[in-house]
Design a protein around this ligand. Structure first.
Ligand SMILES: Cc1cc2nc3c(=O)[nH]c(=O)nc-3n(C[C@H](O)[C@H](O)[C@H](O)COP(=O)(O)O)c2cc1C
Length: 166
């Protein structure tokens, strides 16, 4: 029989939480914020979700990930950049490196998530030579992210999790 599965998430503006709720429903799993993991069962397989903060897991997810020992983990998350970008690949590698080697990472996927409009406003005030400066190219990228995560993103995460946990 397959192990019990629990979904955990860290989310600042709700994107990763949306993915977590859809994933938990599809898996028939309970869903917990990293802010309160007291009810996470000891032996359960985990789907651990994070939003990407400067190329890696955000502080809340990072702390939780670093506390894990001997778990089977499926990793998921949301980021502003394109999920098939080199940046996304690096983010996954950075997060994988946070896990103690006693854990087994079963799989990992990142999907796009809308960027906080407040952050976009901040980018607008940045000097032109800054990588986040508000260029037309960056503006198009933010606009593309704005409708995510969408139904297709949910479906991708669910399919990847089911395959990894099987
Ligand atoms: C402070 C900050 C740093 C971020 N750093 C990155 C980054 O390095 N790469 C990226 O692709 N997206 C980055 N993002 C975008 C978020 O990862 C993305 O919008 C995510 O979907 C937010 O998820 P949440 O709604 O669950 O908080 C950053 C956002 C913030 C607010």
């Amino acid at each position: 029989m397959a192990n019990e599965v629990t979904v955990i998430y860290s989310s600042r503006t709700g994107n990763t939480e949306k993915v977590a709720k859809q994933l938990a429903e599809a898996l028939g799993a309970t869903c917990h914020s990293v802010k309160d993991t007291s009810a996470v069962p000891e032996g359960a397989d985990l789907c651990v979700g994070t939003w990407i903060d400067r190329g890696t897991a955000d502080a809340g997810a990072k702390k939780y990930i670093e506390s894990l020992r001997g778990r089977r983990v499926f990793l998921y998350g949301t980021l502003g950049a394109e999920p098939d970008s080199e940046h996304a690949e690096k983010c996954i590698a950075n997060i994988r490196a946070l896990f103690d080697p006693s854990n087994e990472i079963l799989g990992a996927i990142l999907v796009q998530g809308a960027i906080d409009p407040m952050l976009i406003e901040m980018f607008k005030s940045m000097p032109k030579d800054n990588v986040h400066a508000f260029t037309e190219e960056n503006a198009a990228r933010y606009a593309a992210a704005a409708s995510h995560p969408d139904e297709n993103d949910f479906a991708q995460v669910i399919a990847a999790a089911k395959e990894a946990l099987a």
